[in-house]
Design a binder for this molecule. Sequence first.
Ligand code: SF4
Length: 359
Amino acid sequence: MSILSKPKKVVKSLKAQKNRIAIAQEQLKVLNQGPFETGKLPKFKKKLEEANQFPLRLKKLDVFQVNIGYMCNLVCEHCHVDAGPDRKEIMTTETMQQCLDAIKVSGASTIDITGGAPEMNSHFRWFIEEINKLGVKDIIVRSNLTIIVANKKYYDLPEFFKANNVHVISSLPCYTKENVDKQRGDGVFVDSIRVLKMLNEVGYGKEGTGLKLDLVYNPVGANLPGAQDSLQEDYKRELMELFGIEFNYLFTITNLPISRFLDFLLASDRYEEYMEKLITNFNPYAAEEVMCRDTISVSWDGNIYDCDFNQMLELKVASKSNHISTFNIEELAKREIIMSQHCYGCTSGAGSSCQGATV
Ligand code: SF4
């Protein structure tokens, strides 16, 4: 290859690349060693103890998050799931049925369906319809938007979402093509805008329809997100002026140092600097509000985790009820939440959760 030619963008998951950071144990080694082993940086547990917040426990289960598979049509730079077309982990209907049985007795008011691209699970529509029959308050689908125009079998998803009163939450890391395509791949911005218009056309994001469309921002580099309110104003103004697009809320999410973002930090030699930034901005009020205190996360194979990040690190809940087939809310309520240094991402600045800033 000529040294002048542009390097080809890697479009495989870390797992398919056989990158060591695809292995949960390797990520945990990075998070527990180096500056945290030498004492140069304080471990998350110590910070929590100093803030009288240790151990973290469930307050009340409100959000029942289900990851129905790691397959995705995109390979985004900062994806904490390491999702992509080469990922084959997909939830079966048997596990979905166990989730439905658990949801019925869980007391959760929000069911949060994520992936990968959850729409790529062939049982996705059935699962949503069955959840809808349970009469829960909020059914969230985390859609990458582009899947809806990736194949004609998905074109009618906006109507399907509307018919099932689904709350759509979509990542859109910027309102400029350059930044979105850099983080998510060529052509993603144009497809995202096209799908946002399709969602607006059926009523999503429009006042008075009750059809909720929220967007998610995460920083492009090794930085904390800016203030959620002012970014939301910028997004609303730019998306309306440039494309006539409406949406409800913008959620800012901090990149947690795991998976592809951890790989990026290590490869660019910015890991320690980023961890220092998270620690310097540690906010005890955000620690009080971390999402694992009202959420559980179920993986494609039915294991139960404190959150989607712990799922990716294969840190199952510290409870006898650690699989959906043995779901027991009383047991889960007794457990201590498992944490490591990645948890600094949830407690830095204004806090971070799947629903954006927490304080
Ligand atoms: S990473 Fe998970 S376990 Fe850690 S604080 Fe955040 S939500 Fe809780």
